[in-house]
Design a protein around this ligand. Structure first.
Ligand code: FBP
Length: 321
């Protein structure tokens, strides 16, 4: 195992020094989040903070700790002009807001509802190059960007093992935390099988809120011998999807006028959709490519239909017919 390249070695050989520096900073910071999560049950930090995030979800105290740790690292980095977090209403400026070349969007702790039952959780990030001119402070224009503008994205998933998955636009790489605290390559990158395993991943408890054609589509999967797998941590469900194929959905809630989707476009759907498409899968909002959707607000929510190419095509054919 010691012969497998480390993340640092991989970055040095394949990425510009600046972007390698940022990815390395994010990896180290997210490993720190993993440590907080790993020892969380022993710390006072467990349990709910009693506060809510901009979309009204109860914030677990570990969400706040993870948000604070990532925010501190980004604020202090000369590589970062600004950043936005799922747990913060507005845009946050780095110490280098007029010179930092990159802007980061992140979900500090995705799937935090799984914490109390020791389920998989993750941290997700996306990286844009700033569009505001150097010498002027960053603005919302730097982060309200479609996924096609990303220069990198990734996540750390804390489960049976800790894995750091990322791309800078050329293939999706997987690194696993070894027993010496080093992130080592897990071998070949992720490629979404098509056809993959016949797995569908959706929260069936929300079926009454879906459009009838969506319910009908899921019925065909049940009747077609598919198996159901749903973690309830988007990054973990998408990680399985990239490994084995199938389809993952968080469909539009047709009963709620204000909020068609639950998942965050900027902090979850865009970074994970970027990785999925680079791995050969398809990422949509159920109607159009997710990477072409330009966020109107930081906390915009969207429906999500991600999957192997053939599975998403079948979803589209069925729900449009
Ligand atoms: P959080 O970012 O607040 O955790 O919400 C997002 C999420 O937890 C996703 O990770 C997960 O896929 C989804 O919500 C689960 O939603 P539901 O409970 O509707 O299945």
């Amino acid at each position: 195992m010691r012969t497998r390249p480390t993340l640092s070695e991989h970055l040095e050989a394949s990425t510009s020094p600046a972007l390698a520096g940022l990815i390395g900073l994010l990896a180290r910071t997210l490993l720190g989040v993993g440590e907080v999560v790993r020892t969380g049950p022993l710390a006072v930090a467990r349990g709910r903070s009693g506060e809510t995030n901009p979309t009204g979800d109860v914030i677990h105290r570990l969400d706040l700790v993870a948000h604070a740790d990532v925010s501190r690292a980004l604020r202090e980095s000369q590589l970062v002009g600004c950043f936005a977090s799922e747990e913060e209403e507005g845009l946050l400026h780095g110490a280098s807001t007029t010179t930092g070349p990159y802007c980061v969007v992140f979900d500090p702790l995705d799937g935090s509802n799984n914490l109390d039952s020791n389920g998989p959780v993750a941290s997700i990030f996306g990286v844009f190059e700033r569009v505001t001119p150097a010498g002027t402070p960053c603005s919302m224009a730097d982060v309200l960007r479609p996924g096609t503008d990303l220069v990198a994205a990734g996540y750390a998933v804390f489960s049976a093992s800790t894995q750091f998955v990322f791309s800078t636009g050329d293939g999706v790489e997987v690194f696993t935390l070894d027993d010496m605290g080093e992130l080592r390559s897990s071998g070949a990158g992720l490629e979404v099988p098509d056809p993959g395993r016949r797995i569908f991943s959706v929260n069936d408890g929300r079926a009454h809120t879906w459009a009838p054609r969506v319910r009908g589509y899921v019925d065909t999967l049940r009747e077609g011998g598919y198996t159901a797998r749903y973690v309830g941590t988007m990054a973990a469900d998408v990680h399985r999807l990239m490994r084995h194929g199938g389809i993952y959905m968080h469909p539009a809630n047709e009963m709620a006028r204000a909020r068609r989707g639950k998942l965050r476009l900027l902090f979850e759907a865009i970074p994970l959709g970027y990785l999925l498409e680079l791995a050969g899968g398809v990422a949509t909002d159920g109607e159009s490519p997710i990477l072409q959707v330009r966020p109107g607000t930081l906390h915009q929510q969207v429906p999500v239909v991600f999957g192997s190419t053939g599975e998403v095509a079948r979803f589209m054919d069925f729900t449009r017919s």
